[in-house]
Write a protein that binds this ligand. Structure first.
Ligand SMILES: Cc1cc2nc3c(=O)[nH]c(=O)nc-3n(C[C@H](O)[C@H](O)[C@H](O)COP(=O)(O)OP(=O)(O)OC[C@H]3O[C@@H](n4cnc5c(N)ncnc54)[C@H](O)[C@@H]3O)c2cc1C
Length: 521
């Protein structure tokens, strides 16, 4: 006990001395300095833009690897994703592609022509990139109401394209500075009808659009939309804001990509670019405190391996270091994730499934009510199948990796005793495997499975809730969160400020924060 307390005291004393030294020398650098807390994709994007612009950038990361919930970890000699598996927006002119082009980053990715099968209680719906195949599928799966469903989907698609075009103009909400308009005024002059449409739909939910086609009580469509929305925007048709949801619902189909070595490559490549551009990425160095010195107009950052003063701070961690430093502490409910990474023998692709074309992911609306096991846990079960890699990234040809996630209450797991925690994990794993087995018989080929709860996320990335707050009309349109905080020279990025289709939204928030810093220096 005494040793721990002493070492903490020594660390604090050294940190204070270091800060005093920096104060004496003025801590002045040739260019302005920026500290990015957290190497998630949002923070790394901001870091890369700023390093490219000549800022002195230091990214400080708690974990041993970069990427946060779009990173990777190692177990049993294999490499697994920490969360995200599908990349969005990498098509020509796509939103993520444009950001990567700005940063001179080449990220090879395979276009997913059949990204997903959605398994409803009575029906399987295959999502195809080809509009022709997709519309055929809608007609087949929703044959009783195919006319209205098709009209609804075309309207949704149109709104999604309008939202995408506006997002491409690089407008960022809430608009409080002229530059935050991006090229929206020019876009509005060129495409007035599109902008008028968006204004008309701004306060609508997805359910409101369903009502236009008298589809609000049509359960099969509702189940499909709820499954997709809960994954992408953290809420269902009755609450989900139509504008961001239209983008989330349609991007699955036209802009889903797989990256050969996993989506963790995005963060890895961004971190590499930051270093090439002269920035620093310091890992295994959790930030402990953040204080603003009003006389020097600088932020003093103390972390395990790096203690210094910075002109700007970008908080990507989702954690609060005091009032106003994060949105993570807001009251808005966010989900946690129950995760399973399983390795299957490639037998799974043989037998009755020999030659069957697998989608990249399955979204399964469960027949079992998970909340009867773990309070506030519900579907869909989201399972992706991809190549197994060893720790060096080599493919292990006779294995398949299955990554599964399910929404769960982020706080409930810490209330269980050690025994109960273990029991609940095992029971939930069993039920999830039962649900997947209905679609693909995986049990017989299961070699091993690793499971994690919100407490696992907390241990590795510092937070139990992942995916951001629900994109309701209030959160997305009426009171959107800004990358600019209420504190001087402090910015907030990542899913906590701009949720939606995961890595894509976080990346965009990183760009917006970097732009604000460049414009306001
Ligand atoms: C199970 C699951 C599946 C998902 N699937 C997809 C998908 O298929 N496609 C997709 O696009 N998105 C997906 N997402 C969402 C996507 O992964 C996230 O929205 C996105 O990666 C969040 O990025 P971020 O920039 O907010 O940073 P985060 O990923 O939240 O990273 C924050 C970083 O801060 C670090 N940190 C925390 N505390 C400290 C501290 N004190 N000091 C320093 N560093 C600290 C953490 O270690 C972490 O690296 C999924 C998420 C989950 C959980």
């Amino acid at each position: 006990m005494v040793r721990i307390a002493r070492s903490t005291l020594i660390k604090r004393k050294m940190a204070v001395e270091m800060l005093q030294l920096l104060k004496k020398t003025g801590g002045a650098a040739m260019s302005k300095s920026v500290c990015v807390i957290g190497a998630g994709v949002g923070g790394l994007t901001a870091a890369a833009y700023l390093a490219k612009e000549g800022y002195k950038v230091t990214v400080i990361e708690k974990s041993t690897t970069v990427g946060g919930s779009a990173g990777w970890y190692f177990r049993n000699g294999r490499k697994f994703p920490t969360g995200a598996t599908i990349a969005f927006g990498l098509e020509e002119q796509g939103l993520l592609r444009t950001v990567l082009d700005d940063l001179d980053i080449d990220l090879p990715a395979a276009d997913l022509l059949h990204p997903m099968d959605i398994i409803l209680p009575q029906e399987k719906v295959s999502v195809y990139k080809s509009t022709e195949l997709w519309e055929e599928e809608l007609k087949r799966a929703f044959s009783e109401r195919s006319k209205e469903v098709l009209k609804f989907w075309r309207a949704l698609q149109q709104i999604g394209e309008d939202v995408q075009a506006v997002t491409e103009s690089r407008v960022s909400l809430p608009i409080r500075r002229f530059y935050e308009l991006g090229s929206l005024p020019q876009h509005a002059l060129k495409h007035p009808a599109s902008v008028m449409r968006l204004a008309r739909y701004a306060l609508m939910t997805v359910e409101d659009l369903m009502k236009k086609y008298d589809l609000q009580s049509y359960q099969p469509l509702r189940q499909l939309l709820d499954a997709q929305l809960l994954d992408a925007v953290q809420t269902d048709v009755s609450q989900a804001a139509l504008l961001p949801s239209s983008l989330a619902l349609t991007i699955y189909r036209r802009g889903s990509f797989a990256i050969q070595e996993g989506l963790g490559q995005l963060a890895k490549t961004l971190a590499g670019r930051v270093k090439e551009l002269g920035g620093e990425v310091v890992k295994v160095s959790p930030v402990e405190s953040l204080t603003y010195d009003t006389s020097r107009k600088q932020w003093d950052v103390i972390s395990r391996k790096c203690t210094s003063s910075f002109d700007f701070v970008i908080n990507n961690s989702g954690l609060s270091f005091g009032p106003g430093t994060s949105y993570g502490a807001d009251d808005e409910f966010s989900w946690g994730a129950f995760r399973m990474d399983a390795v299957l023998s490639d037998e799974v692709r043989r037998g009755p499934l020999e030659g069957v074309e697998f989608p990249f992911a399955y979204q399964i609306v469960p027949q079992f009510d998970f909340s009867s096991l773990v309070k506030n846990t519900h579907g869909p079960v989201y399972a992706t199948f991809h190549n197994t890699q060893d720790m060096k990234g080599n493919l292990l040809k006779d294995e398949v990796t299955m990554t599964v996630s399910l929404h769960t209450d982020p706080d409930i797991w810490s209330t269980y005793s050690k025994e109960k925690y273990k029991e609940m994990k095992e029971r939930l794993t069993e039920e999830i495997l039962n649900e997947i087995d209905r679609v693909i018989p995986v049990r017989e080929s299961l070699l091993f499975a690793e499971t994690g709860t919100p407490l696992t996320y907390e241990r590795y990335i510092g937070k139990t809730a992942v995916g951001g707050f629900p994109l309701t009309v209030k959160n997305a349109i009426l009171k959107p969160k800004s990358v600019r905080s209420s504190l001087p020279q402090l910015y907030i990025v990542g899913e906590q400020v701009f949720p939606g289709p995961g890595t894509l939204s976080s990346t965009l928030s990183g760009y917006y924060a970097a732009r604000s810093i460049m414009k306001e220096r």
